[in-house]
Ligand binder design. Structure first.
Ligand code: SAM
Length: 278
């Protein structure tokens, strides 16, 4: 019988966000794999948890995952925690979880705090559909290509950012997405928690005057589908209806279908196209 891997969420600032279940699982596990044992020590002490610990972090996450899997296969129950929040969310966890799933070792989530969810739900922006982008890539080209993709993203966008990169990221977001509403959620659950909902240009101006401090989640309004359709329709208006029809006819489309496609592209009725062609 193999053991179980528990993915245990820990607080993102406020210790009161630790769940009863998280404390029990951490006490009952045979081993706790911590992103940083020194960072987790105060939390474990606070909740009187004396389970043995081992380190599992970004730089040993592949080899150590195999070692942990062997222990799980031997029947040990292991709880994985990170410095803050939910394992696997911009933190180690994904590789170990995948390995366990593949080896049929049970993986049980013990949910709790996650900065992205706390930020989007308190932002005042839509949280019905959202895209979690985590940290934008450091590589310039990859970053540009993600920003390009985000330009037409209709879901609310969530980005993690460190204070010393905040100004540059806000500039790049404005350049790529244009004017949008953004909520800056800072130091969630901590003493200096702050939420600011403003326009991107206002956030840029604000942080020219103020030093960014603490941890940030950026929640940015997606482009509205209405706006996206209007943009797409406006693009077709650069060519005449006859030229537009020729594009489809040259692809072998029947005249009736081409008229339908042109009408859809331009956001008008088929009758309008018919009359314009007459
Ligand atoms: N696993 C964590 C989670 O579930 O949210 C995320 C860890 S990631 C390494 C750290 C980033 O999460 C920070 O740079 C910041 O963007 C965000 N974050 C974590 N705690 C936060 C807090 N209390 N307030 C605002 N952002 C926070």
């Amino acid at each position: 019988m193999s053991g179980t891997l528990y993915l245990v969420a820990t607080p993102i600032g406020n210790l009161e966000d630790m769940t009863f279940r998280a404390v029990r699982i951490l006490k009952e596990a045979d081993l706790i794999a911590c992103e940083d044992t020194r960072t987790s020590r105060p939390l474990l002490n606070h909740f009187d948890i004396h389970t043995p610990v081992t380190s599992y972090h970004e730089f040993n996450k592949i080899e150590k995952a195999k070692e942990l899997l062997d222990k799980l296969l031997e029947g040990m129950d292991i709880a994985l925690i990170t410095d803050a929040g939910t394992p696997g969310i911009s933190d180690p966890g994904e590789e170990l979880c995948a390995l366990c799933v593949e080896a049929d070792v049970p993986v049980v989530p013990v949910p709790g705090a996650a900065a992205a969810i706390a930020a989007v739900t308190s932002s005042g922006l839509s949280c019905r559909r959202f895209a979690f982008e985590a940290f934008l890539p450091k590589d310039k080209k990859m970053r540009q290509s993600i920003l390009k993709e985000l330009e037409s993203e209709s879901r609310t966008i969530i980005i993690y950012e460190a204070p010393h990169h905040l100004r540059a990221t806000l500039d790049q977001l404005f350049e790529a997405l244009g004017e949008r509403r953004i909520s800056l959620a800072r130091e969630l659950t901590k003493v200096h928690e702050e939420h600011m909902l403003m326009k991107l240009s206002e956030a840029i101006a604000y942080y020219r005057e103020h030093e960014p401090r603490g941890e940030y989640v950026l929640v940015i309004e997606g482009v509205s589908l209405k706006e996206q359709n209007a943009k797409a329709q406006a693009a077709w208006e650069d060519i005449s209806i006859t030229e537009h029809m020729d594009i489809y006819l040259s692809q072998g489309m029947e005249k009736k279908d081409a008229m339908k496609a042109v009408a859809r592209d331009r956001g008008v009725s088929k009758r309008d196209i018919y009359q314009a062609l007459l």
